[in-house]
Design a protein around this ligand. Structure first.
Ligand SMILES: Cc1ncc(C[n+]2csc(CCOP(=O)(O)OP(=O)(O)O)c2C)c(N)n1
Ligand code: SF4
Length: 315
């Protein structure tokens, strides 16, 4: 069954009606990042402090003197969302201990794009996870540096055209493979790591709630569709996210204390990757043999993931 089919029927019971990210922000139509953020904040509720790196979600939400954030929020530099969140978390602990603030639990979260996570913020993220700070780090992965004009990041998929990996005679688009940050986080022995996508809102919300229950570091990698940078129609953004999952391009799974679990129905056969690629202008230059190459890579990664799901025990 299509897991989102009955969303309207069940949503009022399952999802907080309150909005913690107000309308009127300046995101593009169909932005997956902003939709993910709305779900994330609904899952977390009031008792939260957000450290948000520069990127689309900061630019569209906090043009002084206005803000779309209905929860405590600090805008930090491109590279240090995790370091700033570490400081917030330590400060909250100290203030509670000294009786300067009410003794109630407040979750600290860091939010950054794929550039602020996989590239320039990776050192701060690794440090925060290694020190064991009580925070959730969210990577809103739209697979490029969108806010500054669609430059490639290390999370840009193979052969995608961006302004700094333009497809032409010299190169076929992005020349390297997408960096696997969730795996890097698993290697840090983080108690909870998950992938998610706003096309599957209930799955995303339940993962955020699980991560929030961890008293320690956790990481959620959110596949965030970007019609502007992916050169696709804004009204198909949810469909694109679902195709990414159904083709195996972005599988949904979680890793609890090292144990992998798929959170999507396992298809007998993945949908052809071309169904996902052909809807996006950033892949319009691909030849049938390019698509075949990408299909082989997706199949291999899928097998690797299934092996992990079947083999590993939790630590
Ligand atoms: C040290 C530093 N280098 C470069 C910039 C310029 N800059 C701001 S946002 C951004 C790209 C952000 O990309 P990403 O983190 O993927 O987030 P997105 O905009 O795609 O949501 C860049 C290069 C900066 N603010 N600070
Ligand atoms: S450029 Fe992409 S990520 Fe940024 S606001 Fe627009 S749709 Fe969202």
């Amino acid at each position: 069954m299509n897991p989102v089919q009955n969303f309207e029927i069940f949503a009022p019971k399952l999802v907080d009606r309150k909005e913690y990210f107000s309308s009127g922000h300046r995101a593009c139509q169909g932005c997956g990042e902003v939709l993910a953020l709305r779900h994330i904040l609904k899952a977390l509720g009031d008792d939260v402090v957000v450290a948000n790196a520069t990127g689309c979600m900061e630019i569209i939400s906090s043009g002084y003197p206005q803000t779309a954030w209905e929860v405590p929020y600090v805008h930090v530099a491109f590279e240090n969302a995790a370091a700033a969140a570490s400081g917030v978390e330590a400060a909250l602990k100290a203030l509670r201990r000294k009786g300067r603030i009410a003794d109630r639990y407040v979750k600290t979260i860091a939010v950054a794009g794929d550039g602020g996570t996989a590239d320039i913020g990776l050192q701060a993220l690794s440090g925060a996870m290694e020190r064991g700070h009580d925070m959730i780090f969210f990577c809103l992965d739209n697979e490029a540096y969108m806010n500054t004009g669609i430059q490639r990041s290390s999370a840009t998929p193979y052969m995608a055209a961006t302004t700094t990996s333009p497809a032409g005679q010299a190169i076929p688009g992005q020349r390297t493979q997408k960096k696997n940050v969730p795996e890097i986080m698993v290697a840090h022995r983080v108690p909870y790591v998950a992938t998610a996508c706003p096309s599957y809102p209930l799955d995303l919300i339940s993962k955020v709630k699980k991560a929030a229950a961890v008293k320690g570091p956790s990481y959620i990698h959110v596949f965030s569709m970007c019609p502007t940078g992916w050169r696709c129609a804004s009204e198909i953004t949810i469909k694109i996210g679902r195709l990414a999952v159904e083709t195996g391009v972005f599988p949904l799974y979680e890793v609890e204390r090292g144990k992998y679990r798929l959170t999507m129905e396992v298809p007998e056969k993945l949908r052809p990757v071309g169904d996902y690629l052909k809807l996006q202008g950033r892949f319009r230059h691909l030849t049938p043999s390019d698509i075949e190459k990408i299909q082989d890579q997706v199949n291999r990664e899928w097998e690797i993931l299934l092996n992990k799901v079947e083999c590993l025990q939790p630590w």
